[in-house]
Write a protein that binds this ligand. Sequence first.
Ligand code: IPE
Ligand code: IPE
Ligand code: MG
Length: 259
Amino acid sequence: MFKKIFGGADAYKTVPQRDDPLFREVDWQRLPRHVAVIMDGNGRWAKGQGLLRTAGHKAGVRTLKGILSTAIGLGLEALTVYAFSTENWKRPHAEVDFLMNLFSEYLARELREMHEDNVRIHFLGRIEGLPASLQQQMAEAEELMSGNTGIRFNVAANYGGQDELIRVMQRMVREGVDPEAIDEEMVAGFLDTAGCPPVDLVIRTSGDQRLSNFLLWQSAYAEFYFTETNWPDFRPEDFVQAMQDFAGRDRRFGGLENK
Ligand code: IPE
Ligand code: IPE
Ligand code: MG
């Protein structure tokens, strides 16, 4: 069974097995390969509870743990989460500082368990813009899990889709790539998500319906799932609900065939 930790309903320790009641309605043949999540609404959640925004971010980390476990249980190939955008530096210094510390604590605390769960963590974004100690932790975590064969877990930190494409173009020019040789496959191989399948489903919590500079190239043919639920309240059950919704989508990719 899916065991809860922290005493909260939004945090789970063990990875749920296929026969877990949570997965009763899952259409295993029609799961997305790559799910990307815009974890939004921590601040609004905190406000609703009469708490500081930082308390919302803390609660959001617990949610992430449960969603990663659920994604592993579902056997997804890749899960990408938006943790900090290139635009989030506009926030008050204290909030940015808190978030950087939270990422660091999260990594330190979850590293071993993720490794045991065969997770391959990878960071997307302009990593060199983050605090040096955090960069070091990130590199160590990637290195530790580099030989794992389970879910690819991408954490986007200091990430912007436009910034990523600028970095791709800069590298291409620097490496003297032949302009005629550039095709979709080559660009995909230069992205921070190189090696991952395209994004099938983007989930955004908390009601806003926009990309906020997330995975611009990778989401070219993604399905979108928006929910009013704030990220700290988003449960594994809600994630499974998004999978069911996705299973019912008719993806035509510009063609005429139906599902
Ligand atoms: C998302 O929650 C977390 C980050 C952007 C780091 P927000 O902090 O954006 O919460 P809202 O949107 O203000 O409610
Ligand atoms: C997007 O959320 C970034 C993350 C979830 C990390 P924001 O809260 O920063 O997005 P906007 O400002 O509403 O577009
Ligand atoms: Mg927000």
